[in-house]
Ligand binder design. Structure first.
Ligand code: 5AD
Length: 347
């Protein structure tokens, strides 16, 4: 225990650990170590963000996907999905409503939908930035060529989310079919970074076949790559995927990883994700208390949110009315935090 706590102190000071040290920490994780970590990670977040929590409005623009990831509910091979694609008008309506509610970042996320033309998405980004000059646009539409990323960037996109999913290649290959490549994923992240995006990467916690070694590799990669945002959440099985019968990732491990990510970079934009809130009723609050500083409420129309089912039991807590945001505000107030109306750029 003394050694593990000393490693947390060391992480707080130097921001990096070796692979052996990461493995030691992961293997000696327990309740008292976690509480020690959270008191430090929470203080680290507060030293940068005070009691502010940034909100990002998530708009799920399409659930068509050409990929067949074994874990994902909207994989191409799932015939049970009601496929939809939002029109530009529908996306802009979400933004108008979101802006009124106080959102200053819109996250346009979707499957890798060949029917959604890149030019059209760039155009939509251009219009959003024109209508709302004080808003940041985040894209999360998967792997594209550098040229396409550049077109999006020139259209005004500020940020891009692309989780690496897992850094250990053999593990990557056990989560994805052969048509997908680990190298391409990493290349995309490098391209995004070189184009000046604020880049978010991340991984699922407790995905099938994941070991502490996988997690150590993920943390080492994040240390090296130094992204501005990191999205992590528990793996949750979806009943119409090859991983239907696999166990979900745990709350405890997810919170622990949020804590160490916060210590690695106090300025990191770190969301308490929807998946975290799905496996635990107070997941969002617990995430904030472990060091997260971002939440991403859903701005999608109800039909979209319900059909954008990456995993089972995803809740629709739509922002159709202002009450939903009030509820979030109250939940945060109970733990001493408040929503900050701001773009919330990485500093
Ligand atoms: N459980 C949890 N997260 C999932 N994702 C996809 N499928 C699942 C699942 N079954 C995550 C992936 C992807 C992000 C958009 O959602 O990490 O990058």
């Amino acid at each position: 225990m003394k050694v593990a706590k000393a490693l947390i102190d060391q992480l707080e000071t130097t921001k990096v650990l070796t692979k052996e040290e990461w493995l030691y920490l992961l293997e000696h994780r327990n309740e008292s170590l976690s509480q020690y970590l959270f008191s430090h990670s929470r203080a680290a977040a507060q030293s940068v963000f005070g009691n502010d929590v940034y909100i990002r409005g998530l708009i799920e623009i399409s659930n068509f996907c050409k990929n067949n990831c074994y874990y994902c509910g909207i994989r191409r091979g799932n015939p049970g999905v009601n496929r939809y694609r939002l029109s530009q008008r529908e996306i802009l309506q979400c933004c108008l409503r979101g802006y009124d509610l106080g959102f200053r970042t819109f996250v346009l996320q979707g499957g890798e939908d060949p029917g959604f033309r890149d030019e059209d998405l760039a155009n939509t980004v251009r219009i959003i930035k024109e209508w709302f000059p004080d808003v940041a646009v985040t894209l999360s539409v998967g792997e594209k060529s550098r040229d396409v990323y550049q077109m999006f960037r020139e259209a005004g996109a500020d940020r891009y989310l692309l989780r690496h999913e897992t850094y250990l290649r053999s593990h990557y290959e056990s989560l994805h079919p052969n048509s997908m490549s680990w190298e391409r994923r990493i290349q995309c992240l490098e391209d995004l970074k070189s184009l000046g995006y604020q880049v978010g990467t991340g991984f699922m916690v407790g995905s099938p076949h994941q070991t502490n070694e996988c997690l150590a590799e993920d943390l080492l990669f994040i240390q090296r790559f130094s992204p501005q945002m990191v999205g992590i959440g528990p793996f949750i099985p979806h009943h119409q995927t090859p991983f239907a019968k696999e166990p979900a990732g745990t709350l405890d491990l997810t919170l622990f990883l949020l804590g160490v990510l916060r210590l690695m970079n106090p300025r990191l934009l770190l969301p308490a994700t929807t998946a975290l809130n799905t496996i635990a009723p107070q997941g969002r609050q617990m995430g904030i208390l472990a060091g997260a500083n971002v939440i991403m409420p859903n701005l999608s129309p109800e039909f979209a949110c319900k059909n954008y089912e990456l995993y089972d039991h995803k809740k629709y807590s739509g922002m159709e009315n202002a009450e939903a945001i009030e509820k979030i505000r109250n939940d945060l107030a109970k733990i001493g935090y408040e929503i900050k109306i701001s773009k919330g750029d990485f500093k």
